[in-house]
Ligand binder design. Sequence first.
Ligand code: GLU
Length: 513
Amino acid sequence: MKKAVRVRFAPSPTGPLHIGGVRTALYNYLFARHLDGNFILRIEDTDQSRYVSGAEDYIKESLSWLNILPDEGLDDNGPHKPYRQSERKEIYQRYAELLLDNKLAYYAFDTPEELENMRNRLKSQGISMPQYNCHSRSSMVNSLTISSDEVENKIEAGEKYVIRLKVPANEAIEFTDLIRGEISVASDTIDDKILIKSDGLPTYHLANVVDDHLMGITHVIRGEEWLPSAPLHILLYQFLGWKESMPEFAHLPLILKPEGTGKLSKRDGDKHGFPVFPINWTDPASGDKSIGFRENGYLPSAMVNFLAFLGWNPGTEQELFSIEDLVREFSIERVNKGGAKFDIEKAKWYNQQYIKLLPDADMGAYLFEELNQKGIKADPEYVTRVAIAFKERITFLHELYGISSYFFIRPESYDEKVIRKKWTSINIEFLNNYAAELNKDYEKFDGDLAKRIMQPILDKMDIGMGSVMQVLRVTITGVTSGIDLMNTIELLGQREVSKRIEIAIERLADFVK
Ligand code: GLU
């Protein structure tokens, strides 16, 4: 029987979660849901020097906003708790000792100066990337070069030490990446990486492998930047006797700058004025603020769809995928090898599409709330009708009020250019006549009728509809653009439109040409 799928998202709380990290979380989530597996959140906070307060909450809030909810780890609850690595210190220590006992790891006492000297020595020998490895370790101060008594004495005397992995010489480390295929790396190119630091905490490598094993992770899906670490992890699985149950690996392509070269960074966001973080972030040390997609007006559904397509495609023309669709269609096989170019216009397009799909009542409620905050009273049903009328015209919900405000507030000024050109006595005569028609009683007033009652006036005055439409719009709304004019008149209502014409004529009396 195949093992139940278990995947994890394992961010380090070193700052705000980059959009690439969010995509990693999403792909893990989709993969797990597609295969009826479990999705785990693990906080990898063993590097205390890079710990940033607030970052863990930020990660959790971002995932919650996007509804990428883990089955374990969000509230630190679940069968494998704690899910925060800093609280699992003893566990890693145990496995480091096991490796020491089996001579697969060793103590190293080198001071920073000694390490620096080693690097300089190797460089002077023409080695451009000096490493602590099978060649250089013999000339250093470690438990392979000094006696066990000396090791004991040093530890007892409180000398600082680290525990390093003893990477074997001349071995090919091979594995299959689900996205990149067969990978083979010569062990000589791998450093004797530190497993336990001098502060007693494990490094990412040891903690990551131990936890993936203990938490029963079946697939490690993570960013491409971790690909160079994978051979080291494979060695660790082997050394710890876990090779048989080792997870499968899938390294996701990078998210590239809009220009297509290099990894997308915060600086690109600053340069082009778009967010690269899911939600707002204020750096606790510098006070620097970064704007989030959420606060910029992106809907979570649009964001999820946009992110899913940054590196994956369904192999069809379809671009709109709800989270349920994505769960059904997602597969690692369809994840691209090449980097995915970040395109903010695409993100906006997705937002537009998802706004169109919003239920009418939600659109109405949003605008109603906005009006409420501005102290503007309006009938909720009317507000909803206005909101729907603008559905096709906005990219973000926060644009709604700006372009529809004249439905709630009478214009206070009128487009100057149009008034200068079109505020003629003939047009005013038309407006007066039209206002009078609007003031009559009709059985059912709508946009069609608004147009029908206009025609006889135009005929009588011998002018075309085209010559008055713009001035009529400006008189009613103050501005030159908006939704269909007859629809505008229907929504505002005949008496209100008539009143607005009357007010404009009075106000602009001095402008008549
Ligand atoms: N803690 C690592 C990070 O911050 C996780 C890498 C992995 O998924 O193995 O990205």
